[in-house]
Design a protein around this ligand. Structure first.
Ligand code: FES
Ligand code: FES
Length: 160
């Protein structure tokens, strides 16, 4: 039985056409075929958010998402967030506020935070609401305070 098929999608603004096994997750295809190693495998069961990418601007666990479902869609990963060597403003806010944590959880947090900031750029949120907005992303070892501060800073800048 042939379990391979060709999908066409956009990754960080670039069109890609690749052969995938219909059983492969988007996480596997992004990491192993396209070299997008910012997309981390943590739990692999949709609990931790380490594999968060934006699919048509919606934060999504790539470990639970079959690559074939991405056909025709647009994917964003951390690799595409900086431009001409300049960090995105969410990335820069993470650096400025000391919110960059380990290499496993940080890429997913950056993508979830990016989606949150872009969706809510003209709104005000309490720290508690921002935490709820990022509830799909877990860190097993530190606090979330600096991440919330970085997101709040981006929202506050938009409000000025
Ligand atoms: S690796 Fe996908 S949610 Fe944990
Ligand atoms: S899981 Fe990354 S710093 Fe805790």
């Amino acid at each position: 039985m042939n379990l391979n098929c060709t999908i066409t999608f956009t990754v960080n603004g670039k069109k890609k056409e690749i052969r995938v096994d219909v059983r492969q997750s988007l996480l596997e295809v992004l990491r192993e075929q396209l070299g997008m190693i910012s997309v981390k495998q943590g739990c692999a069961v949709g609990e931790c958010g380490a594999c968060t990418v934006l699919i048509d601007e919606v934060p999504t666990d790539a470990c639970l998402y079959l690559a074939v479902w991405a056909d025709g869609r647009s994917i964003r990963t951390v690799e595409g967030e900086s431009r001409d060597g300049k960090l995105s403003r969410v990335q820069q806010a993470f650096v400025d506020e000391g919110a960059v944590q380990c290499g496993i959880c940080t890429p997913g947090f950056v993508m979830a935070a990016t989606a949150f900031v872009e969706k809510h750029h003209d709104q005000k949120f309490s720290r508690h609401e921002i935490r709820r907005g990022l509830a799909g992303n877990l860190c097993r070892c530190t606090g979330y305070d600096t991440i919330v501060t970085a997101v709040q800073k981006c929202l506050d800048e938009d409000d000025q």
